[in-house]
Each structure stands twice: as structure tokens, then as C-alpha cells.
Design a binder for this molecule. Structure first.
Ligand SMILES: NC(=O)c1ccc[n+]([C@@H]2O[C@H](COP(=O)([O-])OP(=O)(O)OC[C@H]3O[C@@H](n4cnc5c(N)ncnc54)[C@H](O)[C@@H]3O)[C@@H](O)[C@H]2O)c1
Length: 353
């Protein structure tokens, strides 16, 4: 029996509930504390999930010797600052995506990881999903051959979450940094994480947040406020890798599309696969094309199971039983891609690395 890992969650808004549930369900964990600027929110979550301590200042929480590891579920503009402070205080860190807002911040986090020797896992939750890990086995066995192209879409027709999400100071950007980070990462991970060579992107601010639309609900920040909106509503990009592979992506908070759309597809020289909307694999055998549907419980991304797997893996990594699947280096590379796309869109040129 290993001693339980003593956990605190910083940021008690929407996504914290799913971290907290996964910790509560993990027998290796003792939930100790919850912190939020908003005391009532921290208190409510602490009561619901049985945490003995609440804090409104993360620095006080980090000074507590009874905490081994933290989940950071705050706004994007505090991810780097809190991660670095936590690592320097000797805590392991599970940081929600995106790792931070800029490449410079990402490198500071990376330095803190090396300096502290602690685990930092970036919240690329889709890597931990069952459908991703099933597909990984096929890829690792060579069934898809060399993956040379991928295509990722996450288009919301109405879904600007407002509040901090649409305030560029707090979020670092709109759908690209919020949704694009997931779908770009999952393609990149399945492609074997080739080094990025260049990016060319476009961003658009054409439709506003469409807070006027009635009778259609959508995901909102814990402190929803439609008044501030200075992020893009659509982004697209072409990402080139040093091994010659390429990835096309488009993501939106709002778009005059007939419906929401999610698609994550990878293409190799022996076979191809879709992981969103559902896991499917295609190949050719004896001059015949075969489309294959794995017979598994869940063919698409299972939110609750994905987070349970991610948090289970984090706990094992902190206890020295596993290596994280999403280390800080991958967070740095992802920030290079995302920030490169924003820079390309702003300057109207391709960015070379
Ligand atoms: N992996 C996923 O699928 C997924 C899904 C949703 C959100 N997220 C990420 O999780 C993070 C939080 O998103 P959310 O939807 O829960 O937002 P939210 O607005 O619902 O909650 C954020 C909470 O953090 C608190 N907070 C902000 N800065 C703080 C600080 N410095 N100290 C203490 N508390 C602070 C706020 O008061 C708020 O209660 C974001 O980085 C977001 O990108 C990830």
C-alpha cells in the first residue's frame, strides 16, 4: 500500500468539478484543500467533495506542508505563475490546458520543472481517452504506416463562453487556444509528435459573441459576462512538420454553420483513422478497402472516463509508478504552435521555426 497522495485543487469553477470527482473516486488520493478567489465557490466544492481546508490565496495553500500535488483549474493567465510557484514549493502539478499564454511563459514553467524535479502534467485530456489509446496500439504496430496528413475541426455555431474566456488578457485568445489546443494536440500526439517547421494561420472577428441569440443554450464560464469580447471567433491554420507531414485545423466559437462539428482524422500510407466524431479505422487488404469499427463501450471521447484516466495517470506519475503522457515539453511545443498561428494571422505571413 502506498501512502495516499494529498491533493489540492486551485480554481473551483466548472472544470474543477470533474477533477474533484476523479480524485474522490481514486483510492490513492486524499483530497485536502480547495482554493478559489471566490470563497463561496471554494467552500461549496469543499463541502461537496469533503476537503477539510479552503483558501482564497493560492500562495497560502502552497505553503501548506500537508499538500503533495495540485490541479490548476484557473484562468489561463494564471497557469504559468501558479505552476511555477507550486513546483518551487515542492508540489507536483496537473495544469489544465493550455499550459499558459505565451512561449516565454512556457519556457519558464519548463525551467521550474527541471529545477524542482517534480512532475508537471499538462491537461491534454484527450491523450488519456480510451479511444485514443486503442488507436495508439494500431499506430504503434504500424497498421497506419507513415502518417503524413491530419485534419482537425472543432466548430461551434454558437458557443463563446464569455467571461474570462473572451477576455484576451485572461485567456490568451479565443477558440484556437481553448478548443484548437485539444484537437491540434491529439493529431500531433497520434502523428508521433513530429517537430513543427512552420505555421500559416488566419483568425477572424466577424460575428461578435452573438449573445443576442435566443432559445439555444451553450457552455458558459462560471462568471458569465458577454460584455468583454476581444478574441477571435474563427481560426484556421496549416501546420507543417519537419518530417514532411502536415495538419489542417479550423475552430470556432461561433460561425454561420448549420450545426456544430467535430472531426479529428489522420491519414497514413497504409491506413487512416477518425477519432472524432467516432473511432473508425480504414485500410486496404487484397485489393479491397475495409472500414473497421472497433467493438468497444465508447467510440467517441468519454469526458468523465477521459478525466478519470488522466487523473489516475497523474497520481501514478507523482507516486513514481508511471511517466506522464503529457510532459511540460509538449506543452511548450504546443504553445509554439498556437502562438505561431496567432502571429501568422496578425502579420499575414507564414511563421518559420
Ligand atoms: N480539459 C478540458 O476539457 C477543459 C474544459 C474546460 C476548461 N478547461 C480549462 O480549465 C481552466 C478553468 O476553466 P473553467 O471552465 O473551469 O473556468 P471557470 O471560469 O468556470 O472557473 C475558473 C475558476 O478559477 C478561479 N480563479 C481564477 N484565477 C484564480 C486565481 N489566481 N486564484 C484562485 N482562483 C482563481 C475563478 O474564480 C473561477 O472560479 C481553463 O484553463 C480552461 O481552459 C479545460
Amino acid at each position: 500500500m502506498t501512502t495516499p497522495l494529498r491533493i489540492a485543487v486551485i480554481g473551483a469553477g466548472s472544470i474543477s468539478a470533474i477533477h474533484l470527482q476523479a480524485y474522490a473516486d481514486n483510492s490513492q488520493v486524499q483530497l485536502v484543500a480547495i482554493c478559489d478567489k471566490n470563497e463561496a465557490r471554494a467552500k461549496e466544492k469543499a463541502e461537496k467533495f469533503g476537503a477539510a481546508k479552503i483558501f482564497t490565496d493560492y500562495k497560502q495553500l502552497l505553503a501548506d506542508p500537508d499538500i503533495d500535488a495540485v490541479s490548476i483549474c484557473t484562468w489561463n493567465n494564471s497557469h504559468a505563475e501558479i505552476s511555477i510557484a507550486a513546483l518551487d514549493a515542492g508540489k507536483h502539478v496537473l495544469c489544465e490546458k493550455p499550459l499558459c499564454k505565451t512561449v516565454a511563459e512556457a519556457k519558464l514553467v519548463e525551467e521550474a520543472v527541471h529545477r524542482s524535479g517534480k512532475v508537471l502534467q499538462v491537461g491534454f485530456v484527450r491523450r488519456y481517452a480510451d479511444n485514443t489509446q486503442i488507436l495508439r496500439k494500431f499506430i504503434e504496430a504500424g497498421d497506419l504506416g507513415e502518417i503524413y496528413y491530419a485534419k482537425a475541426s472543432c466548430l461551434r455555431r454558437l458557443g463563446n463562453p464569455g467571461g474570462w474566456f473572451s477576455d484576451i488578457e485572461k485567456s490568451g485568445g479565443g477558440p484556437l487556444i481553448d478548443l484548437g489546443v485539444h484537437v491540434i494536440d491529439i493529431c500531433w500526439y497520434l502523428m508521433g509528435k513530429p517537430k513543427v517547421k512552420s505555421v500559416s494561420g488566419n483568425t477572424y472577428r466577424k460575428l461578435g459573441n452573438r449573445a443576442n441569440v435566443q432559445n439555444l443554450s451553450f457552455y458558459q464560464a462560471a462568471d458569465y459576462n458577454p460584455d468583454v469580447n476581444d478574441v477571435e471567433d474563427l481560426a484556421n491554420a496549416l501546420i507543417r512538420f519537419e518530417n514532411g507531414a502536415s495538419l489542417m485545423v479550423d475552430v470556432s466559437f461561433t460561425l454561420h454553420a448549420l450545426k456544430d462539428e467535430i472531426g479529428v482524422k489522420i491519414y497514413g500510407d497504409k491506413g487512416g483513422a477518425e477519432i472524432e466524431p467516432e473511432l473508425k479505422i480504414t485500410t486496404e487488404k487484397y485489393d479491397t478497402i475495409l472500414n473497421m469499427t472497433p467493438q468497444v463501450d465508447q467510440l467517441s471521447f468519454d469526458f468523465v472516463k477521459g478525466f478519470a484516466n488522466e487523473i489516475g495517470h497523474f497520481v501514478n506519475s507523482c507516486q513514481g509508478k508511471a511517466d506522464t503522457l503529457s510532459p511540460v515539453e509538449d506543452g511548450v511545443e504546443m504553445m509554439k504552435i498556437l502562438c505561431g498561428i496567432y502571429e501568422s494571422a496578425e502579420k499575414g505571413v507564414e511563421i518559420q521555426f
